[in-house]
Unconditional design. Structure first.
Ligand code: PLP
Length: 382
């Protein structure tokens, strides 16, 4: 058969997680927590099932959940999102990204992707017959080169996908970045796909710059969120998508033939759980403690930190003082020889650009981070 994705193999996340299992390594690679979720949330899901919420939910999502989300967003981002026309509940963020691109793209379109980038973006663009135009973020702080973005816009540019807080670099977009985004896109017909799955994980007093805060940007945007990242429930694959009514109407045409709807009892439980805003407002202090612990543990090891993570739950580290292996080889070697799995950052670049960096996930129990760094303490500086 003719492959739709001839150059794509198994994702690096699966490769590294399998390798971690095989070698009994501590898995700091894939982005998922190893601590329990809130027992309150578990009870709410159990109760929803016992109360009979076990059949198809409405196609766009359970009304109580959409209302709770609209209230939350409108309060946090001073937006005026309508729960009936502008929100759709989806089976996760990755699904919403796929449905969003499928909604807007035609064969031959171009989409600007800032790299390193989450690995679903380019295959999703290509499956839709469009072309990714990849622009490198500035090493080592991974800020956006706006001149380069501007120079890459052509008559074929249908969209730009942005991601803040950023996976894998931990960069958090500033107010100035949002103004630049508005400036370079406002006289075009481009859409903005804004991947904001780490919206609540901004560190050191930073605030999240959602496109929802900027009416002129939101008018052209599809915004992606994930409950997995907010409530530590990545295995539930629950998320949602927000867009102006007209765009959302088109998004729903795609969604109704992809999954039609998603998990009912979890939607009922999440609607109730969202009433406790501390569950998401306290995430910055929770993750700041974990990032600080990881940085403190890494300080005694031969890694170099070019920049502290500003957001998300990932910290990059350079291994230039250890050896000069390509980063994929280094990550495999670290897993096999030292029992700690990480992600090589070149996996987030379409051309394999290798800055000799690995990504640590710090959404882990303190003892997991401590044990991992204890194992890594045997590493020698060359
Ligand atoms: C930047 C980014 N976007 C989207 C997702 C996907 O979220 P979900 O697990 O809800 O599909 C992830 C997951 O790691 C991510 O890092």
């Amino acid at each position: 058969m003719v492959s739709k994705l001839p150059n794509i193999g198994t994702t690096i996340f699966t490769v590294m997680s399998n390798l971690a299992k095989e070698h009994n390594a501590i898995n700091l690679s894939q982005g998922f927590p190893d601590y329990p979720i809130s027992p309150v949330l578990v009870d709410l899901v159990t109760k929803a099932m016992q109360d009979g919420y076990n059949q198809y939910a409405p196609m766009i999502g359970v009304p109580e959940l959409r209302i709770a989300l609209a209230e939350k967003m409108n309060k946090l981002y001073q937006s005026s999102i309508h729960p009936d026309t502008e929100i759709t509940i989806t089976p996760g963020g990755t699904y919403a990204i796929y449905a969003a691109f499928t909604t807007i793209l035609q064969a031959g379109d171009e989409v600007i992707v800032l790299e390193p980038a989450y690995d679903s973006y380019i295959p999703t663009i290509e499956t839709n017959g469009a072309k990714a135009i990849c622009i490198p973020l500035r090493y080592p702080d991974y800020s956006v080169d706006w001149e380069l973005v501007k120079a890459s816009i052509t008559a074929k540019t249908k969209a730009i996908i942005i991601n803040t807080p950023h996976n894998p670099t931990g960069y958090v977009w500033t107010h100035d970045d949002m103004l630049k985004l508005d400036e370079v896109t406002k006289d075009t017909s481009m859409y903005i796909i804004s991947d904001e799955v780490y919206e609540h994980i901004t560190l050191d007093g930073r605030t999240h710059e959602s496109v929802l805060k900027y009416p002129s940007l939101f008018a052209r945007s599809i915004v992606i969120y994930s409950f997995g990242k907010v409530f530590h429930t990545t295995g539930w694959k629950m998320g949602y998508c927000v867009a102006p009514a007209e765009l959302m109407n088109e998004f729903r045409k795609i969604h109704q033939f992809l999954s039609f709807t998603c998990n009912t009892p979890m939607q009922v439980a999440l609607a109730q759980f969202l009433t406790d805003e501390n569950e998401y407002l306290l995430l910055p202090s929770f993750f700041e403690q974990k990032r600080n612990l990881l940085l403190e543990l890494l300080r005694d090891l031969p890694f170099t930190i070019h920049q502290k993570a500003q957001g998300s739950y990932f910290q990059l580290a350079s291994y230039e003082k250890i050896n000069d292996m390509p980063d994929k080889e280094f990550a495999i070697w670290l897993t096999k020889e030292y029992g700690v799995a990480t992600i090589p950052v070149s996996a987030f670049n379409h051309n394999g650009k290798d800055d000799k960096l690995i990504r640590f996930c710090f959404a882990k129990k303190d003892e997991t981070l401590e044990l991992a760094c204890q194992r890594l303490s045997k590493l020698q500086q060359r």
